[in-house]
Design a protein around this ligand. Sequence first.
Ligand SMILES: Cc1ncc(COP(=O)(O)O)c(C=O)c1O
Length: 408
Amino acid sequence: MQGQANTPWDTRLNSSARALKGSAIRELLKITEQPGVISFAGGLPAPACFPAEEIALATERVLAHEATRVLQYGPTEGFPPLREFLAALMATRGIEAPTERILISSGSQQALDMIAKVMIDPGDVVLVEDPTYVGALQAFRPYQPRFVALPMDEHGLQVDTLEAMLADLAAGGIAPKFLYTVPTFQNPTGVTLTRARRAALLELAERYDLPIVEDDPYGELRYSGEPLPPLAALDIARHGQPRHVLYLSTFSKLLAPSLRVGWMVGPDELLHKLALVKQGMDLHTGSLVQAIAFESCRDGLLERHTPRIRAVYHERRDAMLAALAREMPADIRWTTPEGGMFLWLTVPDELNVRALLERAIARQVAFVPGDAFFANGGGANSLRLNFSHPSAERIAEGVARLAAAIER
Ligand SMILES: Cc1ncc(COP(=O)(O)O)c(C=O)c1O
């Protein structure tokens, strides 16, 4: 679409659209699609992990038996049998919620936009992890919040620093709209909030009446360590129902991202407002994909399939950790994720990561520069590596190429 002269639309864009910039990751993905490039850049599930046959059979059954229902407009809150199924699934994660407290979204990404739409006025403080999921920043930015970014370490969000920040903000008469967190196998760092910090975070939420958006696409993908309760489970255990935590999850990493089916569990009144804004966005998430997701899962697909995904990614994570230990110079550090799809590298300050990316691409290996994930700048000495998509052999080769590109 190059070379078109300005149209009347360009000068009439609103202030947030004028400020929009393309994401570094999307630009990168174009390069990484070239054959021969080993890409640690994307956040893609392994194609071998798609339950394609089960989805094909489920699609056939749905269209054979329920065509008139699933081809028709449906309720905004979601396809009723899927909501019921998800209420039961949530109980297995320790999140006890009746069907009415499940709201389906078109992927978690839409949930982030819906939340921003009902919560953020221009200038409002939104607390985020530093670094955080870049898609959340993209979803929130058009609503013009002021991001206050909170440091992380290998145990997740630094809850003490959050406490100091909340006290500072309160002293200035500011109550943040919410904290956005990915506490389990975070994108981009792979780190997980410890049990003690989870409890401390809930205490803080109580003390400051702080709403928390808990984004949990990866929680089921654990390869080592002991399972931890979602923040939402702790919140419900304390209050008997959701109070501080709005919980988000998705089928993207368990079935297939193209289905675009995610869901939320949260306080009733908030869910009601979210459903109202969703009506204006897309009326409802496609009934056909929701029915396919339900039909695929109703006979226990997740129980059979999730262990297969875990086995594949477990091997790939270990391959990446082993290759890093083998290949990387002594002054490069990395996280050791217990699950998820990503790992985070920190390099010495004098190593320019953008220039490193150019050298890496010349050697046919790609990653995402870490600065893309920082709300207010910083992170110039970090990078994100994905280990779910390339095979273990490609991971070993890619890490060797990356180490060669780092060689000073
Ligand atoms: C932390 C996080 N939240 C949300 C999403 C978006 O997920 P969905 O495909 O459900 O929209 C992703 C996708 O990678 C993610 O990493």
